[in-house]
Design a protein around this ligand. Sequence first.
Ligand code: GDP
Ligand code: IMO
Ligand code: MG
Length: 422
Amino acid sequence: MKVDVLLGLQWGDEGKGKVVDVLTPGYDLITRFQGGPNAGHTLEFEGKKFILRSIPSGIFQGDKINVIGNGVVLDPALFKAEVDALELSGHPLTERLKISKKAHLILPTHRLLDAAYESSKGSGKIGTTGKGIGPTYTDKISRNGVRVGDILHNFDEKYKTAIDRHKEILKQYQFEYNLTELEPAWFEGIECIKRFELIDSEHYINNAIQSEKKVLAEGAQGTMLDIDFGSYPFVTSSNTICAGACTGLGVAPRNIGEVYGIFKAYCTRVGSGPFPTELSDETGDEMRKTGVEFGSVTGRPRRCGWIDLVALKYAVMINGVSQLIMMKSDVLDGFDTIKACVAYKIDGIEIEKFPYDLNDGVEPVYVELPGWKTNMTTMHTEDEFPEEFNTYLSFLEEELGVPVKIVSVGPDREQTIVRYEE
Ligand code: GDP
Ligand code: IMO
Ligand code: MG
């Protein structure tokens, strides 16, 4: 079977964790292919709430196998905290979680470097999650990284060489730190990683494909944070797009099946960088309040705004999205009218094509649609959708050229409506 990919089309936090959990019963293997603990994927079911960072969101459904792929960067200390929390709540992982030997380790000094680089940027800072993501991927690309597989061979030497290099850089930045405070938890994390099967995940996943197993790849972040196609330089340091699943798992492009593109009925962003449809007014505040838009990793308030179809069309194109999933529809339940950005105005000229640079003076051009003013959170089938909501859906499908197959009306697993097949 081919590998289906689920990924965010906006600036992250679209609700990927929730939907991966919902889709998991239809799969044998759930994999993460990029990012690391900068991700915060929230799942809610049976009155409980979990936030996953590095562990795939298939971990709560039966005996499915979950794989942390080679494209992921793994922080041992945070990984152990995640494992401990899950096991404490009655979800043993040892048999169901495997880790690629080729995944790169986030060293304690990577986090320090992240902080040093950010503070050196002053007002131009990216607003990273501070988890060491950029420095770890930088070391990977510059061929200085330490990988999970290294834990098994000459680890102390490899660790020391990397740390010594980092210390030199931190000295240049005159960055003050206390490494001895960070190291014990990090090394405990290494012991925790050793409890799991460390695998050649590319072989494992391709074997699964050959044996007709169903594989789901879970993206982290979103297309607008992609290192190549996002709002550079205000992006993360990995390929969050569909192609990232090929490199981050070792899967050939022809073995990619469905591409689920997930988006909110509006739009959010956390951290710095351009956001054309941002609302710095009561409407934005209302979205933040109703949608509880606060970062699941950092707790930072998320910036909120209307849906941006220029950016979404671009994301659909780059990823080859075959099915759309719309999240947080219920957050717009109380609005009289809903706006959707269909073009940008730059220097007075209207454009519909996503531009090279979002950074300079992009003004959104909106169309306005009627709100549905109905509580959607208790709905179970699309027959219950209000007319105005159907109008909004049809409008989006027409603009984006892809069907919306799933609509989410609340954070719980049960608040998910799969639409009828045509
Ligand atoms: P992810 O990073 O893409 O997995 O998304 P996050 O977990 O960071 O953020 C999504 C937030 O929205 C979480 O708090 C979810 O519990 C919540 N959520 C998901 N779907 C819905 C929905 O349909 N309605 C509402 N109101 N909340 C939702
Ligand atoms: P999930 O998977 C939202 C943002 C940060 C910052 C930029 C770079 O939960 O959707 P980084 O720490 O990656 O170097 O930060 O990317 N960012 C996210 N925003 N959701 C995420 O993940 C994010 N991961 C990183 O806020 O602007
Ligand atoms: Mg998140």
